[in-house]
Design a binder for this molecule. Sequence first.
Ligand SMILES: C[S@@+](CC[C@H](N)C(=O)[O-])C[C@H]1O[C@@H](n2cnc3c(N)ncnc32)[C@H](O)[C@@H]1O
Length: 238
Amino acid sequence: MKKSRKLRNWDNKTWLSSKAYITQFNKFLKTKINFNKNLKILDIGCGRANIISALQRKYKLKNKPIGIDIISNKGVKKNIIFKRVDALKYLDKKEKYDLILIKQTIHFFSKINLNRLLNLTKKRLNTRGKILIFSLKTKNNKIPCFKKMRKNLKKSLKRDEVLFKIIKKNLKKISYTNFNFKVNISKQKYVRMIKERYISCLLNMSNKDIKFGISEIESKYKNQIKFTDTLKCISYKR
Ligand SMILES: C[S@@+](CC[C@H](N)C(=O)[O-])C[C@H]1O[C@@H](n2cnc3c(N)ncnc32)[C@H](O)[C@@H]1O
């Protein structure tokens, strides 16, 4: 049986963990949330917890933000509380939060489990608490891809559209905005990210496909790759 790989390099020294990205992302969060030191934050699928770590540094929250993930990666930030646990299990607890962040994580859930996740998440919100869900924009996505990668990504984004419908049906009163980040990355660095299978649509490809894909990227792009990484933000308020 083919061994299924895990996503480990998403935020491992990529633009997604860069200071510029985290700063801009947290500025965006500020347009949605009135931050103060009493805020309780939960980040579902937090990866290395760069976002909540920066929030903790800036707002010196009385309760350290909690980040949960099924994988415990090397280099998880230390100034937050990290728990290696499945979100569906963790949300069974009674604690409540003012902000529950679910960034680039919904695509890991089946349709049934996404509904479970949303039902549990709603129950874990304080009065006036907010759920913010971020996910890649599905139309005209600019992530640089080789052919097979684009095919996989398109398939995954099609599925995301179904997940968005589930979210709309479940949460009802939601609003949408976009978070845009202008990426300027050297081709060499991007090739390394592909080699390290930074994005889910690369996880199940053969080494041969990756090698072939990299040569496609090598010939298709100039030394510096520029594009806009756009996330759809779905906001729900209790
Ligand atoms: C693409 S990464 C996003 C990381 C981080 N939110 C960010 O945007 O930088 C998605 C993360 O969700 C985690 N994940 C997937 N299924 C999960 C589950 N059932 N419970 C908790 N975390 C999960 C993965 O291990 C991975 O670290």
